[in-house]
Write a protein that binds this ligand. Structure first.
Ligand SMILES: C[S@@+](CC[C@H](N)C(=O)[O-])C[C@H]1O[C@@H](n2cnc3c(N)ncnc32)[C@H](O)[C@@H]1O
Length: 206
């Protein structure tokens, strides 16, 4: 019995490729990946070392670059490869922070297309730092930045909903409708302005 030929862009997901991603990505066919999420070095001007797990294996990586441009020059060819393997319907997340996020955005606009930029997600990691008491001359640096791009055509995106936790309901939905017992909160009535594609509120695929 003859077996159907494997489509050339089907990826064997049982394999973990180890090594520099620039070399490893070259082994993958075009448009074979639904989701790229990278948490690469941030251009933090630090080198990192941790003793990992029970065996205390030392793991390290370097995040010192001559300049921000040198960091971008390191990341750009890797992003070009990632863009190549990403499906048109896929999503690309680049996790970074204030050290280089603005330069990364400009680089990714070139690589993935400015019009494929979907969201800047702010991940607030901490509340205020007490750096000021230690003499800092800046406001708290308390968030990471995730830049989301679509693969460029028929982008798949699904809003996820799950029930609120009981504590959240008690704290934020303090009012109860007498007749029905339904909880509610008071809020303003500002709407996002309709489903205009130009406002990014269109439910149709981008
Ligand atoms: C900010 S850390 C992310 C760690 C990981 N997300 C975690 O939570 O444990 C950056 C990671 O990128 C890896 N890395 C740096 N350069 C790389 C390269 N050229 N190819 C593949 N991985 C690389 C480092 O080894 C390090 O593990």
């Amino acid at each position: 019995m003859s077996r159907a030929a494997k489509p050339s862009n089907l990826l064997d997901t049982r394999v973990i490729y180890c090594g520099d991603n620039l070399d490893q990505l070259k082994k993958l066919p075009d448009a074979c990946v639904d989701l790229v999420y990278i948490d690469p070095p941030f251009n933090s001007n630090r080198n990192y070392e941790v003793f990992w797990g029970e065996t205390k294996e030392m793991r390290s990586f370097e995040d010192r670059h001559e300049s921000t441009q040198a960091y971008i020059d390191f990341m750009q060819p890797r992003c070009v490869e990632l863009a190549r393997v990403l499906k048109k319907t896929g999503s690309f997340y680049y996790h970074c922070d204030w050290h280089a996020s603005h330069y990364v955005k400009v680089m990714l606009d070139r690589v993935l297309g400015e019009s494929n930029f979907v969201n800047e997600v702010i991940w607030k990691r901490q509340s205020a730092h007490s750096d000021a008491k230690q003499g800092s001359k800046h406001l708290g640096r308390v968030h990471d930045t995730l830049l989301l791009y679509s693969g460029g055509g028929g982008f798949y995106f699904k809003h996820l909903y799950r029930p609120y936790e009981e504590d959240y309901l008690k704290n934020f939905y303090k009012h109860v409708e007498a007749k029905t017992g339904r909880r509610y909160r008071l809020g303003d009535l500002t709407a996002p302005g309709g489903a205009s594609p130009s406002k990014g509120n269109c439910s149709a695929p981008l």
